[in-house]
Ligand binder design. Structure first.
Ligand SMILES: *[C@@H]1O[C@H](CO)[C@@H](O)[C@H](O)[C@H]1NC(C)=O
Ligand SMILES: *[C@@H]1O[C@H](CO)[C@@H](O)[C@H](O)[C@H]1NC(C)=O
Ligand SMILES: *[C@@H]1O[C@H](CO)[C@@H](O)[C@H](O)[C@H]1NC(C)=O
Ligand SMILES: *[C@@H]1O[C@H](CO)[C@@H](O)[C@H](O)[C@H]1NC(C)=O
Ligand SMILES: *[C@@H]1O[C@H](CO)[C@@H](O)[C@H](O)[C@H]1NC(C)=O
Ligand SMILES: *[C@@H]1O[C@H](CO)[C@@H](O)[C@H](O)[C@H]1NC(C)=O
Ligand SMILES: *[C@@H]1O[C@H](CO)[C@@H](O)[C@H](O)[C@H]1NC(C)=O
Ligand SMILES: *[C@@H]1O[C@H](CO)[C@@H](O)[C@H](O)[C@H]1NC(C)=O
Ligand SMILES: *[C@@H]1O[C@H](CO)[C@@H](O)[C@H](O)[C@H]1NC(C)=O
Ligand SMILES: *[C@@H]1O[C@H](CO)[C@@H](O)[C@H](O)[C@H]1NC(C)=O
Ligand SMILES: *[C@@H]1O[C@H](CO)[C@@H](O)[C@H](O)[C@H]1NC(C)=O
Ligand SMILES: *[C@@H]1O[C@H](CO)[C@@H](O)[C@H](O)[C@H]1NC(C)=O
Length: 805
């Protein structure tokens, strides 16, 4: 393949080294291949330059001219070498140049401006020094410029304003000083601008507001001064805005409320004053809001409760006063941090009914009692209520917290045993009237009567509710019956129903050649399962009860039960019943076909278990939680499955999970005793069923906990999957494990409800979208090992792990 000659003769300012002269062949105008060879970055067989298009990291166009040089991370020959060894004048067709982590030092040569076709330039993670050459401004076709993690001097050249094709400019940790040039407002196509962790001063230029396509703006960790320009409200596409750790003054502009796409807003660690604008409640897509460490005054706006997607709310270390708005309890927060303010009033019970996994209200002036959480324990891992003026006794509902600090309040009475067992005296210090078997506390007197009163009142309440429930249920039942149509065939009464009316009995018989053994794909506790392809092409699974089995009343009953349950339930993670035939000669149920079979089978298979990576496993847990929440909380009366196990979770071809086998599922009739025979799968059955025989939703919660752990560990701690490299996934796994253990609590009362579990998962899932954006922007996990720690602390980590206090 012939190498074209360099077509752009340029006068170069630097002197060629002796090595180059030695290697260089006769021609004074080097070919592209020779220019590569002279760098010494590609080993050569005695200066043989043919076939350079196949050299590592090189791509050519059809004329054999180099279009792409990618030596990302190719440490070796280039170690602490100079960029200028590459004769930039020689590559007129170069579109893509990636020398990130190539470990070069020295400055960026001005000749880089000769790369007239360049669209992508990545010189990140090197030891580049010196000023940024103005000639970078000649790369007018450049779409992405990444220079982060270098040690430049001086400021961003005004010439950057010429890079009008630029979509992404990432210069994090570059030691750049001076102002952000006004000309940056010319880069109309910019979507990502990250200038994090530099020494940029001056104020935020109002010209930024011209970047109407900007999605991500990171100006955090600089020395920016002055107010946040009002014009920032024009950045209608903005999704992530971080101005953290600067010296910004003035108030939060209400124009921010026009940023309707915003999902992450970080303004923490500045000198912002004034109130939190009420209009912030218009940011309907907001997921993370951090205003920590400013000088904000006034009250917490109740409009925050309109931010239904909000998961992390940090308002700590300000001068906020007044009460915690009750409405905040409606949010599905993972983190609520209000510490170090001047908040007074009491803790609204709403904040405790499905509390955040981190709830920090410490160092305020909060009074009143700790709410009792509805008598139900709900998942909270970190609870800090210290340094307030809380009164009353410590409620029972705090069991299971991972961290608790109630110190320096005015609490009274005994410290519950479950807390004494897990925490030291520091968590309770500074409450004069607390007692318990802990160093520095007095022993408690024998018993007290307060407790009795507390249990009687709820019982009366429950009875009242029960009778109301019965009344409503009978009325409801009178109106509703399962959809059943009856077809008379050959004189027999034949009960058949199908969901969309498109499946005919005859089709089933033909598709399975009258239930021929060849179509059988499994045999269960009762009956066999067949795979049938209908004339429409649709594949269904058919569970058939054999005639002999149909005569066993228990089988018959469970079969009919399943038909009844599933014909009423629709959820994307509950197996779909397409129809059934209930007739004493022919009993079968028609389901959607789940190609991958049961979760148990997939986990047990070495190859398939590896395919089921961490993200998919977490998703299976999430989906199962969502389906169970639907059964428990959206069905009237509630449905308890009673046999959740990995055998009854089926996976489709995309490894998406569905709950199946409702043979033992049961309605929790308000007028039934809920007493039951023990059913379920050994190892998954909640312990209380063994002695009370009373089913509740919490039995499923327990089985779900077993299932979640089994899914994560693959029964035995699973050596088949590598450790997750993505920190978000790792965090998800830890989160799922924590939830699973909460579901396995011995006392059903202290297990979370499925609604609470699945709500939290939904929030965590949405966060994943953000983190992918973050990772992409910051090259965090893709190739971030060198600076992973500072990155974590300053960037993505801050969003997910919370602000450091
Ligand atoms: C770089 O290539 C140009 C031709 O495009 C040539 O004139 C110049 O001498 C080369 N410089 C070096 C240092 O080899
Ligand atoms: C150069 O290498 C190619 C294969 O890459 C080979 O075909 C050719 O003979 C070599 N030329 C010389 C002069 O060694
Ligand atoms: C580049 O690295 C080499 C080898 O460590 C060193 O001798 C040289 O001074 C460095 N140059 C610059 C400009 O940092
Ligand atoms: C950072 O920039 C300043 C001023 O531009 C310069 O004095 C300093 O040497 C640079 N730091 C490093 C580590 O290069
Ligand atoms: C900006 O983006 C638009 C749409 O992608 C494109 O048509 C236009 O050419 C770009 N402008 C420049 C200067 O590259
Ligand atoms: C925004 O762009 C328009 C035209 O493109 C220009 O007239 C105006 O001065 C720019 N505004 C700022 C603040 O840069
Ligand atoms: C939001 O934008 C509209 C026009 O797009 C403007 O009229 C309004 O004043 C802006 N609101 C704020 C608070 O800036
Ligand atoms: C929430 O939004 C609705 C309509 O968007 C508005 O009527 C209501 O006042 C808002 N609630 C609060 C507390 O701001
Ligand atoms: C809370 O503080 C505000 C002002 O600091 C005061 O007006 C209000 O009465 C206080 N509320 C309570 C319940 O103490
Ligand atoms: C705490 O509350 C009690 C009773 O409401 C009151 O007597 C006491 O002064 C309060 N202490 C502080 C530090 O506010
Ligand atoms: C089912 O049969 C009953 C009694 O024979 C009849 O009243 C009813 O209309 C039938 N239902 C349908 C949907 O055909
Ligand atoms: C049976 O369970 C349902 C749902 O939890 C409940 O409403 C009902 O009170 C229970 N029945 C009895 C007798 O406990």
């Amino acid at each position: 393949m012939a190498s074209p000659l360099c077509s752009t003769p340029l006068v170069l300012s630097f002197v060629t080294t002796a090595i180059v002269a030695a290697i260089a062949p006769t021609s004074s105008v080097p070919t592209e291949a020779e220019a590569l060879l002279r760098t010494g970055w590609w080993s050569s067989n005695g200066g043989n330059t043919s076939g350079h298009c196949t050299w590592q990291g090189i791509s050519c166009n059809k004329d054999g001219s180099i279009t792409r040089i990618d030596r990302h991370g190719a440490v070796g020959s280039g170690f602490l070498d100079k960029l200028e060894k590459l004769n930039f004048s020689c590559f007129p067709n170069l579109v893509y140049l990636d020398l990130a982590r190539f470990v070069v030092n020295g400055s960026i040569p001005a000749q880089i401006g000769a790369l007239s076709s360049l669209e992508y330039l990545d010189l990140s993670y090197n030891y580049l020094t010196g000023e940024l050459p103005r000639s970078l401004g000649k790369l007018t076709r450049l779409k992405e410029l990444k220079l982060y993690d270098n040690s430049f001097e001086g400021s961003i050249p005004m010439d950057f304003g010429n890079l009008r094709s630029l979509m992404s400019l990432e210069m994090m940790s570059c030691n750049i000083s001076g102002p952000i040039p006004y000309e940056i407002g010319n880069l109309k196509n910019l979507s990502v601008l990250s200038l994090t962790k530099n020494k940029l001063g001056g104020s935020i230029p109002s010209s930024l507001s011209n970047l109407s396509g900007l999605n991500i703006l990171y100006l955090d960790s600089n020395l920016l001064q002055g107010p946040i320009p009002h014009e920032i409200g024009n950045l209608k596409s903005l999704q992530v805005l971080s101005l953290t750790k600067n010296k910004l003054i003035g108030s939060i502009p209400s124009s921010l409320s026009n940023l309707s796409s915003l999902s992450v807003l970080h303004l923490d660690s500045n000198l912002l004053q004034g109130p939190i604008p009420h209009e912030i409640g218009n940011l309907k897509n907001l997921q993370v809001l951090s205003l920590t460490k400013n000088k904000l005054r006034g009250s917490i706006p109740s409009s925050l409760s309109n931010l239904s997607g909000l998961s992390d709310l940090y308002l700590d270390s300000n001068l906020l006063q007044g009460p915690i708005p009750r409405e905040i309890g409606n949010l599905k927060l993972l983190v609520l941090s209000l510490s170090n303010n001047r908040i007074n009033g009491s803790i609204p019970p709403e904040v405790f009914t499905c509390p955040s996994s981190t709830l920090d209200l410490s160092h305020n002036f909060i009074e009143g009692e700790i709410p009792h959480g509805d008598g139900n324990f709900v998942y909270v891992s970190n609870l800090d209520l210290s340094h307030n003026n809380l009164t009353g006794m410590i409620p029972d509902s705090l069991e299971g917290v991972d961290m608790v600090d109630l110190s320096y309040n005015s609490l009274i009475g005994p410290i519950p045993h479950y807390l004494i067992d897990s925490f030291g005296p520091d968590s309770f210090r500074g409450n004069k009237h607390l007692c318990g078997n802990l160093p520095g506390f007095s022993h408690c007197p024998a018993s007290n009567k307060v407790k009795i009163a507390k249990t009687i009142i709820p019982i009366v309440g429950i009875l009242a509710l029960l009778s109301l429930g019965c009344l409503l249920y009978f009325r409801y039942k009178a109106k509703n019956n399962i959809p059943e149509s009856n077809v008379t065939k050959n004189g027999d009464l034949f009960s058949i129903w199908n969901f969309d009316g498109k499946i005919a009995f005859q089709d089933i018989i033909e598709a399975t050649e009258d239930f021929d053994i060849r179509y059988c794909i499994g045999t269960g506790g009762y009956g066999s399962v067949y795979r049938a392809q209908l004339p429409t092409g649709k594949i269904v699974a058919i569970k058939k009860l054999h005639r002999r089995e149909a005569e066993v009343p228990a089988f018959d009953k469970s079969f009919k039960n399943e038909a009844k349950m599933l014909s009423e339930i629709r959820h994307k993670n509950i197996v779909k019943l397409h129809g059934f035939c209930l007739h004493d000669r022919c009993m079968f149920l028609i389901y959607e076909y789940m190609a991958r079979g049961s979760l148990f089978r997939v986990l047990a298979d070495d190859t398939e278990a590896v395919e089921l990576d961490w993200i998919k496993r977490v998703k299976i847990i999430t989906d199962t939680a969502s389906a169970l929440s639907n059964l428990h909380h959206d069905c009237h009366p509630p449905v308890v499955h009673r046999d959740i196990s990995s055998n009854n979770i089926l996976l489709d071809s995309n490894l998406e999970a569905c709950i199946s086998d409702f043979g033992t599922a049961r309605l929790l009739d308000p007028n039934s005793s809920n007493q039951t025979m023990l059913v379920g799968t050994y190892g998954y059955v909640a312990p209380e069923l063994a002695y009370t025989m009373v089913v509740t939703e919490k039995c499923d919660v327990y089985s779900f906990g077993v299932l979640a752990l089994e899914t994560l560990t693959g029964k035995h701690p699973d050596p088949r999957l590598p450790l997750p490299s993505n920190r978000r996934v790792a965090k998800d796994i830890v989160f799922a494990t924590t939830i699973a253990f909460a579901c396995l609590r011995w006392n059903p009362k202290f297990r979370p409800t499925m609604k609470c579990v699945s709500r939290k998962r939904a929030v965590a899932d949405r966060l994943q979208i953000i983190s992918v954006l973050q990772l992409k922007n910051h090259d965090l996990y893709v190739d971030g090992e060198r600076r992973i720690q500072p990155r974590n602390a300053e960037q993505g980590g801050e969003i997910h792990a919370g602000s450091s206090t």
